[in-house]
Write a protein that binds this ligand. Structure first.
Ligand code: 4AD
Ligand code: MG
Length: 441
């Protein structure tokens, strides 16, 4: 009888039909008279049952995990209560080996042991990505990017692709990756923000999804050297409008991911306790956060009580966020600890119209602000930071040829995923993570 070739994502739509499926052997159990193969093709899984001569064949005895096979057979619906992917099983009548993977000492198991050496696992990332957890996170990641694009389209933002090779810094000189650009000094971009600002008069509100690069010298759970940066910039809005926009985008995006037929169930599997964010988020001023940290006995980086102007570093920030337990829009950071381009608050020139979004378990997932839109103020900020304004001539021109109030933010894709998928580190949320000392595979 004929068999139509199907992808495993569609397996439960073909009940009682004879089909051909192709993929990698994910799990294998060969016994006398019966063999079970869980087949994986990236789109899904199916359990295949081989019995009688098919199970006893010499070829079947030689099968290994990660070998590729084409299996023919009939899909049967399993009774309620028997658990299998898709609630179905494939009763095989024939199969062919396409590529036999090594067994014995060269065999590869896609099941990661709890005590596996993380560095070895990263060396074998091209293989460990085949495992259930990492591949699930990558599917959620795809849905997250698709969902946020959908939200931006609904909110009327235009997608752009700014350059990655640049000659200006955005977030401080200490984390710049320098490169030789035909004999001139250039950098890998830390943020596309300055370019997005220039596009407001041309394209209206804009966003980009682009790699950003940071030479972060420390090893932390949430810093990568290369990460996927989702950035948006909007014109003619107030700081309050910006806060509302940010919480709307995050809330809607997460809602769409959870509604996605593939990603929704994966998030439930990876993070059964996940609580979708609810609007409005809790708003907290930096000055209040300092008081809160001191009242709760959480010290600053020197082990001292916090004082106004201290950076709230990762550990303290995470403790605060986990204790409070809901999304926080932490706002009005001091000028001294924020980037040069941030607009000062009208009622208090010591603080800026800036915001970080903090989520339980990970802390900061978003950083944003209103931008200085006055040219003299911008030139003064360059001076204060010791930056030569010359390479920024195009950014300064933004304040010359029709300035406007505007603001924006950047979201760290891997940080959102760490929060959404309950991963200990952002390294689990990037295909091939780059961090200090690692640039392979
Ligand atoms: O807070 P950051 O540095 O802000 C900016 O770059 C702004 N210029 C963005 C803008 O306004 N358009 O970075 C924004 C976000 C952070 O909140 C964090 O989620 C993520 O980017 N991020 C990192 N993620 C992984 N590894 C790193 N080293 C990261 N640095 C920042
Ligand atoms: Mg930040």
């Amino acid at each position: 009888p004929t068999a139509k070739t199907i992808k495993l994502a569609k397996i439960s739509k073909n009940i009682d039909e004879r089909v051909k499926v192709q993929g990698w052997i994910h799990r294998l159990r060969v016994q006398k008279g019966v063999a079970f193969i869980v087949l994986r093709d990236g789109s899904g899984y199916v359990q295949c049952v081989l019995s009688g001569p098919l199970a006893n064949a010499y070829q079947t005895q030689q099968l290994t995990v990660e070998s590729t096979v084409a299996i023919y057979g009939t899909i049967v619906k399993l009774p309620e209560g028997k658990s299998a992917p898709g609630g179905v099983e494939l009763v095989a009548d024939y199969y062919e080996v396409i590529g036999l993977a090594p067994g014995g000492k060269d065999s590869f198991t896609n099941q990661v042991a709890e005590d596996a050496d993380p560095s070895l696992l990263l060396d074998r990332r091209h293989l460990t990505l085949r495992g259930e957890t990492l591949s699930a996170v990558m599917k959620v990641r795809a849905a997250l990017l698709a969902s946020i694009r959908r939200v931006y389209q609904e909110e009327g933002l235009c997608e752009v692709t700014p350059p990655c090779m640049v000659q200006t810094q955005v977030e401080g000189g200490s984390t710049l990756f320098k490169m030789d650009y035909y004999g001139e000094e250039a950098y890998l971009t830390q943020s596309s923000q300055l370019y997005l600002e220039t596009l407001l008069p041309a394209l209206g509100d804009v966003y980009c999804i682009q790699e950003s690069f940071r030479a972060e010298k420390s090893h932390t759970r949430r810093h990568l050297s290369e990460y996927t940066h989702i950035e948006a910039e909007l014109s003619f809005l107030t700081f309050e409008d910006l806060l509302t926009h940010i919480e709307t985008v995050i809330t809607k995006t997460i809602q769409y991911v959870l509604e996605d037929p593939v990603a929704g169930p994966l998030v439930k599997q990876l993070n059964p306790g996940f609580v979708p964010p609810q609007m409005p988020f809790k708003r907290m001023e930096y000055a209040h956060a300092i008081e809160w940290l001191n009242e709760n006995g959480i010290p600053n980086e020197e082990g001292q009580p916090f004082k106004f102007g201290d950076d709230i570093a990762e550990a303290a920030e995470r403790k605060m966020t986990d204790t409070i337990g809901v999304p926080i829009l932490l706002n009005r950071f001091p000028v001294a600890i924020k980037s040069f381009y941030m607009k000062k608050c009208v009622d208090d020139p010591l603080v800026t119209e800036s915001v970080d979004v903090l989520m339980p378990t990970v802390g900061e997932i978003t950083g944003g602000s209103m931008r200085i839109d006055d040219i003299d103020e911008l030139l003064a900020a360059f001076k204060r930071e010791g930056l030569d304004p010359a390479p920024y001539y195009w950014f300064v021109d933004q304040r010359v040829y029709g300035t406007c109030p505007h603001g924006g933010y950047g979201l760290g894709t891997e940080r959102i995923l760490a929060w959404l998928c309950n991963r200990f580190t952002v390294r689990d949320c990037s295909l091939y993570p780059r961090f200090t000392g690692r640039c392979k595979p």
